[in-house]
Design a binder for this molecule. Structure first.
Ligand SMILES: Cc1cc2nc3c(=O)[nH]c(=O)nc-3n(C[C@H](O)[C@H](O)[C@H](O)COP(=O)(O)O)c2cc1C
Length: 361
């Protein structure tokens, strides 16, 4: 039995982990490496009608995240059509071809890439408040090719407006989210930005944007019925499972694949499988959207942190971070419920799973 198998928009994947458009999928050989690394599908680096002129420097790992100013593929479409896509096909996985950016560019490219693609991903990287360029891009792709079309959106938009507009225009799925920005970091030695873009600004990805991406998937799931692919800060099975619980059909990984290499896709898939197996969950469908039964808890009396002495190592992390001084360490952590304000921070401080919320009936 394969608990990780997923089917959406006519695609059948052995597992829901795939590369996100970016350097780990920059050419044909990189796609083969992603397949070897355990990806369930291939997404190719966004191309446009001309190769991009990418500034140098264009990538930096920063505290909690990652900055880039890489744009789309530096290769012209001819190189992809003649050389890279035929290699990508050899991976034997569903291929989602990344295209940008305007409707006329997408229409021209969609026709050409169709023989190599099982689906298209439109990277619009659009930040305004009017969804009409996204609508036009979807309609252009649908006119040009008889393929499922996924639209990749930035988080810095009115998400319900854009998501529903894309669905109405005929999109077969959403990809949420693109990198966030513009952002800045400075090299302490040179006093200059790490990014060689004209402004010095770059776009944020990696762990820092995971909560933004998770919220975007969660919010879109409430407004559309087309599948959603979650992307942003996924680097382990933990984030991938959370994305599924928020409503995602599958996940994509870029920054973690840059930093850790293509083996990350299979690693994430194995961690997801382990999570499901340990809980006797037969398929991802059983937990998809599970986070949507959320209820607001306003009253401290309705829950309390409960320490499990069996797992508590008396390390003191929870006590140190408790701004209400409600936790002391004896043989194990002890909560003074008179002082406890119910903030919940101790739960995330515990590295041993020894603190759980106890809800009153
Ligand atoms: C160096 C780099 C290059 C990227 N290039 C593209 C691209 O060509 N097209 C695109 O739609 N997104 C691109 N992205 C955005 C990623 O596909 C992804 O949406 C974003 O990085 C969030 O995922 P992550 O946190 O797993 O990296 C790029 C990201 C990085 C870091």
């Amino acid at each position: 039995m394969n608990r990780l198998q997923v089917e959406f928009a006519g695609l059948k994947l052995k597992n829901p982990v795939m590369p996100a458009a970016g350097p780990p999928i920059k050419d044909g050989p990189a796609a083969l490496a992603a397949a070897e690394g355990g990806a369930g599908a291939i997404v190719t680096k966004t191309i446009s009608t001309e190769g991009a002129r990418v500034p140098r420097q264009n990538m930096a790992e920063i505290r909690g995240g990652f900055l880039n100013t890489e744009l789309w593929s530096e290769f012209p479409p001819e190189q992809w059509l003649e050389k890279e896509y035929p290699i990508v096909k050899k991976a034997g996985l569903p291929v989602i071809v990344g295209l940008g950016y305007t409707a006329p560019q997408i229409e021209e490219l969609a026709k050409k890439v169709a023989p190599f693609a099982d689906a298209l991903e439109l990277s619009t990287h659009y930040l305004g408040s009017d969804p009409s360029p996204v609508v036009a891009a979807v309609q252009a792709a649908k006119r040009a090719a008889d393929l499922p079309v996924f639209v990749k959106l930035s988080p810095q938009i009115d998400l319900p407006l854009f998501a529903t507009a894309a669905e109405k225009a005929g999109a077969d799925g959403l990809v949420l989210i693109n990198s966030l920005g513009p952002c800045l970091d400075i090299d302490l030695e040179t006093g200059k930005s790490f990014m060689g873009s004209a402004s010095g600004y770059g776009w944020l990805s990696g762990p820092a944007i995971f909560p933004v991406a998770l919220r975007a998937v969660y919010e879109a799931y409430q407004h559309v019925s087309i599948p959603i692919i979650g992307v942003g800060g996924v680097s382990s099975g933990r984030e991938a499972i959370k994305m599924i619980m928020a409503g995602a059909a599958a996940v994509q990984v870029c920054t973690a694949a840059i930093l850790e290499g293509p083996g990350i896709y299979g690693k994430i898939a194995r961690q997801m499988e382990k999570y499901l197996a340990e809980r006797n969950i037969q398929s991802l469908a059983e937990i998809r959207g599970k986070a949507h039964n959320w209820q607001r808890l306003e009253d401290l009396r309705r829950w309390q942190p409960l320490i499990d002495p069996e797992y508590c190592t008396a390390c003191g992390r929870c006590a140190k971070a408790c701004v209400y001084h409600a936790i002391t360490i004896d043989k194990y952590a002890v909560v003074d419920y008179e002082r406890c304000a119910g903030c919940g921070l101790c739960i995330t401080q515990c590295k041993f799973g020894a603190i759980a919320p106890k809800y009153e009936d």
